[in-house]
Design a binder for this molecule. Structure first.
Ligand SMILES: [Zn+2]
Length: 398
C-alpha cells in the first residue's frame, strides 16, 4: 500500500502537479530515497548507525515497530541474511528510525530515516536514507555549489539540482509489472549523481532554496536531465559526439560560454614524467605490455578526444578517449592535447568533466554582469520552461 501511494504521488507530479508559468506552489512534504551504501552478498561489511535516543525498527509493509536496545545499530550479513545487532532479519527489508533527532553514519549526520533493502535475487543490500526533498537539496547544495557565492548563482544551481533529482525520482519510480518500482532508491549519494552528506551548517543556502521553492526546468512538459559542471572550458556542447540530442535537445547549446574564461579550469595543464605517463597508460592495456608511444587518433567537432593509439613492442592498440580519461586521473576533461618536452609529457586541456548543461564558473560571471538566475539557466539549457512542482497525494483506495 505504501509503495502504491508513493508511486501515485510521483505519478501525480507529472500528471497533475505541474503548473506552467512558475507560480510558487509549495510542495508538500515528500521523501526522496538516497542510496548511501550498498554491498553484495559476498562482501564482508558492517554498517553502524548511531542516534543518541536510540532506534525503532519499523516493518515497511504494516508499519509495526519494535524498540532496539541501546543507541547503536550494527548491520551486517551472515549466511544469506541481513543481521541487525547480530540478530537475523526475517524479512528482506526493514526501516531504521531514530526515536528523535539525527542519525550518525560514517562520519556524517542525517535527518529522516533509513531503510535496509535486500534484493535476494541479485544478492544486493542497500542502505537508503529517506529524507525530505528540500532537506536533501539543502544538503546537496553544500557540496555541489560554493556556499559563499552570490545568491543568484546558487539559485540557478538549486534549480538544476532539484530538476536533476525530480527526473531521477520519476525514472526510479516507474512501476514494473509486479507492482514494484524500477529501483529501491531514487538517487545515489556520490558525484555519480549528486554529492549528499547529510546535515551541515551553511544556513545561507536556505535562502536559495526558499526563493526557488518547487521550481524545476521542463522541456515538452517533462523535467529535463539537468547536467551541470564546474567549468565548460568554452566547449560547444552541440559539437559533442555520443550525446542523444534528440532525447535531450535542451543540452544542444550551439554557442560557446566564455564567461568562465578566468577560471583556472578553463585552460589547465598537467605535466607527467614520460615514464610515469607510460606506466599509467600501460595499466589499461591487455597483458599490461610496455608502452612505447601514444598518439591522439581522433577528436570530435568539439575537439574532444575520442580515440587514442598506443604503441607497444609489437603493435598499435586503439583505446577510447573514455578509457584514457579513466587511466589519467589528473586530467580534467577529454578536451586535451599532448606535447612532448624532453622527458616530460604535457597535457593541456579546457574545462572540467562532460561540458554539458550549466557551467558554474560561467554562471558566476554572468550573475556578476547582471544576469538573473532564469536568464542564466535559459542560456545553458536552450528552450526550457520553468515549472513549479506540487506533490499531490492520491490514495488509490479513494
Ligand atoms: Zn563556461
Amino acid at each position: 500500500m505504501k509503495l502504491q501511494t508513493f508511486f501515485l504521488m510521483v505519478f501525480s507530479v507529472v500528471a497533475l502537479g505541474f503548473t506552467e508559468g512558475g507560480s510558487q506552489l509549495q510542495p508538500d512534504k515528500f521523501d526522496v530515497r538516497v542510496l548511501l551504501a550498498k554491498a553484495e552478498r559476498s562482501d564482508v561489511f558492517e554498517w553502524t548507525l548511531k542516534s543518541p535516543n536510540g532506534f525503532f525498527l519499523r516493518d515497511p509493509d504494516d508499519g509495526t515497530i519494535q524498540e532496539i536496545k541501546g543507541t547503536k545499530i550494527t548491520v551486517s550479513f551472515k549466511q544469506g541474511r541481513i543481521t541487525i545487532n547480530r540478530r537475523r532479519l526475517v524479512k528482506n527489508g526493514v526501516e531504521l528510525v531514530a526515536k528523535s533527532g539525527e542519525t550518525a553514519f560514517m562520519g556524517n549526520r542525517y535527518a529522516g530515516f533509513f531503510a535496509l533493502d535486500y534484493a535476494s535475487r541479485e544478492g544486493l543490500v542497500h542502505l537508503v536514507n529517506h529524507v525530505d526533498i528540500e532537506d536533501y537539496l539543502y544538503s546537496v547544495l553544500r557540496w555541489e555549489s560554493w556556499p559563499g557565492w552570490p545568491l543568484e548563482v546558487n539559485k540557478a544551481l538549486t534549480i538544476a539540482c532539484r530538476t536533476f533529482l525530480v527526473k531521477k525520482i520519476l525514472d526510479s519510480r516507474r512501476e514494473k509489472e509486479d507492482g514494484s518500482f524500477v529501483r529501491s532508491y531514487d538517487i545515489r549519494a556520490t558525484n555519480m549523481d549528486q554529492t549528499y552528506k547529510g546535515i551541515h551548517e551553511f544556513v545561507a543556502l536556505r535562502k536559495a532554496l526558499e526563493e526557488t521553492r518547487g521550481i524545476v526546468m521542463t522541456f515538452g512538459g517533462k523535467p529535463i536531465e539537468a547536467m551541470y559542471d564546474t567549468c565548460c572550458g568554452g566547449v560547444v556542447p552541440a559539437d559533442l559526439e555520443g550525446v542523444d540530442f534528440v532525447k535531450a535537445p535542451y543540452l544542444k547549446r550551439d554557442y560557446a560560454c566564455t564567461y568562465c574564461k578566468n577560471c583556472s579550469l578553463y585552460t589547465w595543464k598537467v605535466i607527467y614524467r614520460t615514464s610515469d605517463f607510460k606506466e599509467l597508460i600501460r595499466a589499461g592495456i591487455e597483458d599490461a605490455v610496455p608502452v612505447r608511444d601514444i598518439r591522439i587518433l581522433r577528436r570530435d567537432k568539439a575537439h574532444v578526444v575520442r580515440e587514442v593509439q598506443v604503441k607497444t613492442n609489437s603493435a598499435w592498440i586503439a583505446l577510447s578517449g573514455q578509457k584514457i580519461y579513466s587511466l589519467l586521473k589528473d586530467i580534467k576533461s577529454l578536451c586535451f592535447s599532448l606535447k612532448r618536452d624532453g622527458n616530460k609529457i604535457i597535457a593541456t586541456g579546457h574545462g572540467c568533466g562532460h561540458h554539458l548543461g550549466l557551467c558554474q564558473w560561467g554562471a558566476r560571471e554572468m550573475v556578476r554582469q547582471g544576469w538573473n538566475y532564469k536568464e542564466v539557466l535559459e542560456f545553458f539549457y536552450p528552450g526550457i520552461s520553468f515549472t513549479s512542482i506540487k506533490v499531490v497525494y492520491v490514495d488509490k483506495t479513494v
